[in-house]
Design a protein around this ligand. Structure first.
Ligand code: C2E
Ligand code: MG
Ligand code: MG
Ligand code: MG
Length: 280
């Protein structure tokens, strides 16, 4: 009876737990090889300001040989926990800067920085070396960091951000409003841009609370001499509302999904054509 019970219990949860663990272990093992085996690539999502494209955000992608496309949310935390993010991030930065060299000279490239990368020593040196190597002016690079990145080692964090700022690199505060959202960050760190998380944008047309929060963030950012980007803009109604309250930049599926490198050229041509057309 005991054996039966044991088996029954095992059946209730062990197989799925094991499967899950095995999957994670498989994923972790393949993740360690992914960079060498060139399974990573970068997609680029346009950012618009006043109806013009001002640049693209680089978004990391992983194509697993067996499992196919794996979303960043499923592997970046793992890569971060296993200490792989500094290497992967350095690769993304160089890719993105090289890609940006092919765009019009006033376009910027936004690159996400994980906590592990941000805390590595010599970060600012490595970033400026990459810019030198590729030939991209620092003013065309924008680094996106989230509030969680700033939780540790505050004095060094301020130094790092100030150094980047002095180099001319732009810094944006990503996913604003969803994490710790201590307003002291806005007072302490030299951000150029605040990105309002799509959590507040999704229901913007109907939810009065989201409206109040977005309006407040836009005004606060402007009073602090910072720009505001709304992420996850999917409808014309959201875009119009954001325009009315003075939000500077928009990003989201309404404008475009993240694009494969091969599609960027045509996207830029289209955007530039409609710009000159609009001017006539
Ligand atoms: P994020 O930096 O906040 O990027 C925005 C995410 O929202 C992207 O998801 C993008 O594809 C998605 N998105 C854009 N517009 C819309 C929209 O209109 N509707 C909806 N529903 N989603 C939209 P993605 O590519 O899955 O990336 C998720 C997160 O992974 C990023 O959030 C970022 O935190 C992280 N990530 C991506 N690439 C990198 C990287 O190279 N380095 C680091 N450290 N993190 C990265
Ligand atoms: Mg981002
Ligand atoms: Mg974001
Ligand atoms: Mg976000």
């Amino acid at each position: 009876a005991a054996k039966k019970e044991g088996r029954g219990r095992a059946k209730a949860y062990d197989p799925t737990m094991l499967e899950l663990l095995e999957q994670r272990e498989l994923l972790r093992r393949s993740l360690r090889m992914a960079l060498d085996q060139q399974q990573f690539y970068v997609e680029y999502q346009p950012i618009a300001e006043g109806g013009c494209i001002v640049g693209f955000e680089a978004l990391l992608r992983w194509r697993h040989p067996l499992l196919g496309k794996i979303p960043p949310a499923a592997f970046i935390p793992m890569a971060e926990a296993d200490g792989m993010m500094p290497d992967i991030g350095a690769w993304v930065l160089e890719q993105a800067c090289r890609e940006a060299m092919k765009w019009p000279e006033n376009y910027l490239v936004a690159v996400n920085l994980s906590a592990a990368e941000f805390l590595t020593s010599g970060l600012t040196d490595r970033i400026s070396q990459t810019l030198d190597l590729v030939g991209l002016p620092p003013e065309r690079l924008e680094l996106e960091i989230t509030e969680s990145v700033l939780l540790e080692r505050t004095v060094n964090n301020i130094d790092t951000l100030n150094t980047l700022n002095v180099l001319g690199i732009r810094i944006s505060l990503d996913d604003f409003g969803t994490e710790y959202s201590s307003l002291s960050y806005l007072k302490t760190f030299p951000f150029d841009t605040i990105k309002i998380d799509k959590y507040f944008i999704t229901d913007l047309e109907t939810d009065l609370k989201s409206q109040a929060i977005v309006r407040c963030i836009v005004n606060l950012a402007h009073d602090l001499d910072m720009q505001v980007t709304a992420e996850g803009v999917e409808t014309r109604g959201q875009a119009e509302w954001l325009h009315r309250v003075g939000c500077d930049r928009l990003q989201g599926y309404l404008l475009s999904r993240p694009l494969a490198v091969e599609a960027i050229d045509e996207f830029i041509k289209g955007a530039e054509a409609s710009k000159s057309h609009a001017r006539l």
